[in-house]
Design a protein around this ligand. Sequence first.
Ligand code: KG4
Ligand code: ZN
Length: 349
Amino acid sequence: MDTSDFSKPVLGIETSCDETGVALLRWQPDAPGRGLLAHVLYSQIKLHADYGGVVPELASRDHVRKLLPLVREALAQAGLAPADLGGVAYTAGPGLVGALLVGAAAGRALAWALGVPAIGVHHMEGHLLAPLLEDDPPAPPFVALLVSGGHSMLVEVKGIGRYRILGDTLDDAAGEAFDKTAKLMGLPYPGGPALAKLAEQGRPGAFHFSRPMTDRPGLDFSFSGLKTQVLLAWQQSDQSGQTRADVARAFEEAIVDTLVIKCRRALEATGARRLVIAGGVGANRRLRAELAAAGGREGFRTYFPRLAFCTDNGAMIALAGAIRLAHGQHQDERIQVFPRWDLESLPAA
Ligand code: KG4
Ligand code: ZN
């Protein structure tokens, strides 16, 4: 049944949260990005906006509606037929269980029908490897800053599947802090990008918030106290448009500063000279600029995925899956998802 042939394209499916992402990638070890044949994305933002956050049941149903049309669209873009596929990769966790099951069921069933191997991909490994889709990809060892809606992590990467978590969030993830802070100032869901845009009009120094947990050693993060500081400052202010922008700017500076300080510490602790930034908050312009500047000053190199591959997408899942399939790893013939899944438990490839 599982006949591996990795000159053939791998289909990647992402359905862990509120984006349906599909991509096709032909595995090329030296330049993985050049093997990307198609990628398409459908975002459910409008669907969840009225509720101020992702409604899991609605997310699952919408993945059901959108996934197969997107698979057809990606195949058409690449000029391929299902029979051309060499394997199928789908996000198996972490994420919303119902949403994950849509991608896992469709992906595993399609692979079974085509007689090709399938692999369940760890969503955060997908994010972590996304910079490999760009020109001049980073080679391990490197440190990865993974900052998304659900995670804020610093990871030492010695190779594919050889991950050590250096620091994790004790409460809110960085993206979650952006979203919650935006919400308490009345910005629409998803607040992160809106708050970042607003911050561009904020005046420097109008407000100042603390850089949580930077006054003691360690690489863990905590952002929930920062959110409370913002809430108090906002409630006690005149709540004008300019004030909202000023608070947004001070909040963004506090988060970005904190992340930069921890990245520098992680590089120092591991001796690595390469820093990969990935996950939705990796799309933040201030974070990208500050980390690139710190790298220039201190002699480390920064690697970012393009903006579309910072947030959830199918290309990163196709890539992570293609690498593992090319190393002979695959899933047996059952549909299995892991809503919580430890990144360190992955096998090396
Ligand atoms: O990686 P992602 O697409 O989904 C998860 O796996 O969680 O990350 C989404 C998160 C959201 O919290 C969103 O507000 C945040 O990334 N985000 C941003 C920006 N773009 C997306 N946060 C700050 N600045 C941005 N430009
Ligand atoms: Zn994600």
